[in-house]
Design a protein around this ligand. Structure first.
Ligand SMILES: [Zn+2]
Length: 120
């Protein structure tokens, strides 16, 4: 089964945010001592459009790659997400398709994140 990235949908206003915060950025709805469940989880769409990107060098050694590109992608539901790019020559506005991959490993802790590929 493919892994998915879950967004957190505010039960009060319906705003979806990612990554997780205990407080809704839009309406301010917040958890109260953990009793009030604020968010439903919903898988985020994984296809979208590249808004901007940057190349990073000299990452900490626990990253899988030495040089990586990161982009901000507008997903098909309008949500914006930062993810790693595996695209040789990224272009602003291009269509991308995300896949959940292992992006970082610290000891036994694995970090999964969205990695975007060209959808063209
Ligand atoms: Zn809200």
């Amino acid at each position: 089964m493919n892994k998915q990235i879950l967004g957190y949908k505010c039960k009060k206003c319906g705003h979806v945010q990612y990554p997780y915060h205990s407080r809704c950025k839009k309406c301010g709805h917040t958890e109260w001592r953990g009793f009030d469940i604020v968010f439903d989880t919903a898988p985020l769409p994984q296809d979208g459009k590249l808004l901007t990107f940057t190349h990073l060098y000299a990452l900490p050694p626990d990253f899988e790659a030495v040089t990586v590109s990161f982009g901000i992608v507008e997903l098909s539901d309008g949500h914006r997400i930062t993810g790693q790019l595996k695209i040789e020559a990224p272009k602003i506005g291009m269509k991308v398709q995300g896949k959940v991959e292992l992006v970082r490993q610290e000891g036994y802790t694995k970090h999964w994140g969205l990695v975007f590929y060209s959808a063209a």
